[in-house]
Design a protein around this ligand. Structure first.
Ligand code: ZN
Ligand code: ZN
Length: 166
């Protein structure tokens, strides 16, 4: 097993996936979309549940689009390391579950906070800020996408306003 290829593929899947997800899906969703704000930012968060309960199967497309930025890199990174792709997808899914630990009693252990800070990884505490304020703390996995994402949000809002004026 080539460990460099394995961790390289896993790391790239997370980095590239979060990049495309943030700038190509998440930020545009907050400006032009509908379902991310009303479903993902609600306490239940499940697109499947929302689609069934409100008879709006179209919401499922939105749920799929949020995962697609990660899935789209599978064919390319598969050549680098299939196990790495598997590891990357597993870590991405585990991070989804972890970053939505919004229980009032949850605190990320201090040692883990230190590691996340050093590696710019989004903690549940940081992701909660995004769920609460919607225009802050972007970057689902990596916190360094946060600042450029706020800039991108402003640009897209300007674009939307301009297109509405015409
Ligand atoms: Zn979230
Ligand atoms: Zn959001």
């Amino acid at each position: 097993m080539n460990w460099l290829r394995l961790f390289g593929a896993a790391g790239l899947l997370l980095l590239l996936g979060d990049f495309v997800a943030t700038f190509g899906y998440h930020v545009p969703e907050h400006v032009f979309g509908k379902f991310h704000s009303i479903v993902h930012h609600s306490p239940k968060r499940s697109f499947v549940r929302y689609a069934i309960k409100n008879r709006q199967p179209i919401a499922l497309i939105d749920g799929f689009l949020s995962a697609f930025p990660y899935l789209m890199f599978i064919p390319i990174l598969w050549k680098l390391s299939p196990w790495g792709v598997g590891l990357g997808l597993l870590l991405a899914e585990l991070h989804v579950l972890w970053r939505h630990q919004f229980s009032l009693t949850y605190r990320t252990p201090y040692w883990l906070q230190k590691i996340c800070k050093a590696l710019y990884i989004t903690t549940p505490e940081r992701h909660w800020i995004h769920h609460r304020y919607a225009n802050k703390a972007f970057g689902d996995i990596f916190a360094f996408y946060g600042k450029p994402a706020e800039w991108w949000l402003k640009q897209l809002r300007l674009l939307k306003r301009r297109s509405q004026l015409q």
